[in-house]
Ligand binder design. Structure first.
Ligand code: AMP
Ligand code: MG
Length: 604
């Protein structure tokens, strides 16, 4: 058995309420056929050339005229109380779920620097050619309102770094409206960085180029890794000066404002419910009505398997969120993703990854990896995410308690106790798949934990160890020839590596005639490319000089993270990270809200 205490990654244990999610779900994008295919040739077209031809667009029935593209907040405005006050003056907002708020246009000249064809065509039904128009640029930078769109900002609160922080809300984001696409899926379109709102507190409502690029690339990369996430449609860069003290060291610099158009099926968060329940002492009846409205809406729109007349529907909802959050965090861990700011306001009720800030993909394996340099105590280290998820689910239960019966509360507590088991079971499956292990074997836990321990001791690269294990046949592994495999070379410096390898190979050997299939399977779940901070940083540096070529390259490569691509190899994206990467720091300052990190507000 592995020793849980020694392997913080698995600091949590077997499932009860779990719906077992198979590897296909984890790796919805994996294409086993094309693992060694070089995608670079077709992918190297510049943006303008990759625009669909008219013929393609009409065959696909894509919208070619932006005048025909409609989004609407009518449904949300009909369902929920709206702030009686209008305008963007910063205030404490009461008795509502949304405030009407108009984006503040970014100062030009504006430049569309990144577009996700997958989102534009696949989710928004838009012909890529429409993105080249001035009108599009205006729509997606807050300069012009989409026809009939009444932008909204959402009132939410949250527990930040363990403490109740009061009203937060969309301080720099505007919900343009919902769009129901030809597949019948409804997406909520949000601009981020689009100016002050009633929820801006001391912030300027802006986002800068570096953080917006990271959100654009990060969320799209996560999608193609198969992890549930918000999406990013495009990114506009402006010449608007935005002041930022990147490392909170008094060194204020002028950066440029940028806006991302991002999408989610819903942007409601745990903090959306928390702000309502926190106000119950103020207005008992009001709170109760609004809380139920929000909850019923979320259940009806996003949890169709829960019957609206089920007396236990809130309990059923809670079980789903517990289950899906455990699954989400297990998926984060399986790709070495650290969110960086796991506050309850950044935890989606739909259990998708949202609000990309100082996130990071772990390089050398280290459960204490903290992507956010401002997180001094390592509260949101990669290895702590599962327990932070538990904390956030406790806060969700606290918010739900007043509408649950005593029996339902006890049942919900039992559900929450099952979280650890759900997480552990999921992670067990994911890591078994990463190692290509089929069926069940008493040694599996041991093989996984032993490997992780060696990785920790040798600081071997998390992503590449698994990838290189996928790329080697059992015969090659047996021969220990790792000169072409830098991560395995590092790992093999461990004194116990030969012992581990022998146990692993014996285990693989028991999966008769599985070698090629095993490799293909493993290559489909172990990415060769993740958005390492140094890669993002290199693209950001160029972008700051108005060279967006590396952004485009990264976007393209990370859209097929499981396939070997010559352009990625040439860029060194699967090679040992450069020396300067080790000193790289990512702070939380993209939003200028240093206060986020000071858990001093409203301690309760
Ligand atoms: P985030 O860290 O981006 O999840 O943001 C936490 C809270 O701070 C949210 O309420 C944001 O809307 C708000 N916020 C962050 N940056 C800014 C900014 N530049 N202007 C206004 N509000 C901001
Ligand atoms: Mg946030």
């Amino acid at each position: 058995m592995w020793h849980l205490g020694e392997v913080p990654l698995f600091a949590v244990v077997t499932a009860t309420i779990v719906t077992i999610v198979h590897m296909q779900d984890f790796c919805q994008k994996a294409d086993f056929e094309c693992q060694s295919q070089d995608l670079s040739a077709s992918a190297q077209q510049p943006l303008s050339q990759s625009v669909n031809s008219r013929w393609n667009a009409s065959v696909l029935n894509l919208i070619q005229n932006l005048d025909h593209f409609r989004v609407s907040n009518e449904k949300l405005m009909g369902a929920f109380p709206i702030d009686e006050m209008q305008g963007n003056s910063v205030r404490t907002v009461k008795n509502c779920i949304f405030s009407e708020s108009i984006p503040t246009p970014l100062k030009g000249p504006l430049r569309l620097v990144a577009v996700s064809k997958d989102v534009i065509e696949g989710l928004l039904d838009l012909d890529m050619a429409t993105t080249q128009s001035e009108t599009f640029l205006q729509y997606v930078s807050g300069g012009r309102r989409l026809p009939e769109s009444q932008p909204l900002t959402h009132r939410y609160g949250g527990h930040q770094f363990g403490y109740w922080a009061g009203q937060l809300g969309d301080g720099r984001a505007h919900l343009l409206g919902q769009y129901t696409n030809r597949k019948g899926d409804t997406w909520e379109l949000q601009l981020k960085g689009s100016g002050k709102t009633p929820y801006s507190r001391s912030g300027d409502g802006r986002a800068v180029v570096r953080s917006s690029l990271r959100e654009f690339l990060g969320s799209e990369a996560m999608h193609f890794l198969g992890v549930p996430t918000s999406r990013a449609a495009c990114l506009v860069v402006s010449e608007e000066p935005v002041l930022r003290d990147q490392f909170y060291d008094g060194n204020v610099k002028t950066e440029r404002g940028a806006v991302v158009l991002r999408l989610a099926k819903s942007w409601f968060r745990i903090g959306s419910l928390e702000i309502l329940s926190q106000s119950k002492e103020l207005d008992l009846l009001r709170w109760f009505v609004d809380f139920r409205k929000l909850l019923n809406f979320v259940i009806e729109e996003h949890f169709p398997s829960i019957q609206t007349n089920d007396p236990d529907k809130y309990l059923a909802f809670y079980s789903r969120v517990v289950n899906d959050t455990a699954h989400l965090i297990a998926q984060w861990m399986s790709v070495g993703f650290a969110h960086g700011v796991c506050n309850t306001d950044n935890f989606s009720l739909l259990s998708i990854t949202i609000d990309y800030g100082p996130f990071g993909f772990m390089e050398s394996y280290n459960p204490s990896f903290v992507p956010n340099t401002s997180d001094d105590e390592g509260r949101y280290s990669v290895g702590e995410q599962a327990s932070v998820g538990l904390f956030n689910l406790e806060k969700l239960l606290d918010a739900l308690r007043p509408i649950l019966t005593a029996g339902q509360q006890r049942a919900a507590e039992t559900v929450l106790k099952g979280y650890v088991d759900i997480y552990e079971t999921r992670i067990h499956h994911l890591f078994k798949a990463k190692l290509g292990l089929l069926g069940d074997d008493v040694e599996d836990d041991y093989i996984i934990a032993f490997l992780l321990k060696m990785m920790e001791d040798t600081q071997a690269d998390f992503t590449m160890v698994f990838r290189e294990l996928s790329e080697f046949s059992a015969f090659q592994l047996h021969n220990h020839n790792f000169t072409q495999a830098w991560a395995l070379e590092d790992l093999s410096s461990h004194g116990l590596f030969p012992d581990w390898l022998s146990v692993y190979l014996q285990r693989l050997h028991r999966q008769v005639h599985d070698n090629d299939v095993r490799q293909a399977r493993m290559k489909g779940v172990n990415p060769r490319y993740v958005l390492r901070n140094w890669m993002a940083q290199s693209a950001i540096k160029k972008a700051e000089r108005n060279d967006f070529s590396e952004v485009e390259l990264l976007h393209r490569i990370l859209s097929s993270p499981f396939a070997i691509q010559s352009s990625a190899e040439a860029a060194g994206y699967a090679a040992r990270p450069p020396k300067w990467a080790q000193t790289l720091k990512i702070s939380c300052s993209s939003g200028s809200m240093a206060v986020e990190l000071l858990p001093l507000i409203n301690r309760t």
